[in-house]
Ligand binder design. Sequence first.
Ligand code: GDP
Length: 474
Amino acid sequence: KDTSQSSTSIANDQFLDGLLVSTFDEASCLSRYQSHLYRKASPYKPSAYLLSKLRNYEHLHSSCGPRTKSYNKTMRKGSKFSKDDAGTKCKYLVWTPSNGLGNRMLTLASAFLYAILTDRVLLVKFGTDMFGLFCEPFPDSSWLLPRNFPYWKDQKHIETYETMLGNSKKKISKELLPQFLILNLQHTHDGHNNFFHCDQSQGRLQKVPVLILWSDQYFVPSLFMIPSFRQELSKMFPEKDTVFHHLGRYLFHPSNAAWEQISRIYEAHLAKANERIGLQIRVYNTHRSPHQTIINEIIACTLQHKLLPELDVQKTATSLLKKRTSKAVLVASLFSEYGEKLRTIYKTSTAMTGELIKVYQPSHEGRQKSNNDTHNIKAWTEIYLLSLCDALITSPKSTFGYVAHGLGGLKPWILQRAYGETIPNPPCQRVMSMEPCFHYPPKYDCKANNTVDFTSLFHHMKHCEDVSSGLRLV
Ligand code: GDP
């Protein structure tokens, strides 16, 4: 092979076909330069237009980011803005954490896309529980919201965009705009009718210098509903089911501390196997869904889809095979039972195929502790390791699983929710898209002023296999 060619292809792999720029200091973020050693090159290529949008965004971020003149001016409480400033000044979108790490990463990616579409600078309010997870994603600047942000602690007195929309008859254009506004896209169970996906709302939001986002949802499909964004989005993402795959790989690079864990576990337990199978087992209610039922369900799923071999209970054949191939099974769960039971099963019996099956579960935290930094590093490590697998089985409605398969560019088999002792039939189902599911999408048709099922308006939106009222881009 021509060496110049292969070094170009290594550079392509390393920088994810142009998603990443090469100007970062390697030592500050090893994963950025080493992830291609563990993850196969993605078959999905980012569009040239997406790359140009990312480069423009990087430029905007470094000229408006923390500690620039514009930043200092805009973030000063009581700075005056009029609607004429809207086009010329730096504008910001402040992301705030809500719920577990999976939810947080999905809203971060959604926020980033919204920031790109609206020429805002994305800043993240990371407390100590998130500080050590990721590298800085944007060159020559920081995405961390400085601690002296005037509303770091208390956001009680900021107007929300619901009240602003409610006051729409007050002729907002003549008034001074609010300088800070809370954009509340947190999920609700009351029909979830916010009007964020309506063009009129975007017209108003556009003029507010600082939006503070409260959300726990993957709201990207909402952005595809907004007429003024639609054309940009189709140019950026000719393949609509790659939004999270590209933006997630652009944004989320494990910090050196996380990378140390990831590479240690990968080298010790996954690297040598011929194939890696990831199992993500999220049980919300252990009384309704007993561990043994879920184990049986997983085994049924792996057999049905030939992800793991059948066991040779009569011990007839194959152990004489000279060259045994191996499969590594990575188990991510809060509960130790899963790794233990599966390890015992594959240790005590041989596979019909003669393959060696090795089960490894990195942690068992017992319960969710999302405000704890070492807990979150473990969660991130496992999400990342799952994303390095060749095939995934994940749990229904889990954003933890969504992030893993989205980063990996994988279409997982999602387990059906099990109740009692019955193994659901079918035990699992392959999802049609690697996009995360938007669990609580809007149902309001802004033009027609009535309720609508958006899958009937957009052929690239489908209801999710695991959440029937949710929406997934396909
Ligand atoms: P979701 O609740 O499944 O949608 O996922 P989230 O990530 O939003 O919240 C669940 C949180 O519980 C995770 O972020 C972790 O903190 C913890 N958690 C759940 N499952 C696992 C697991 O398999 N491994 C680890 N280390 N943590 C988990």
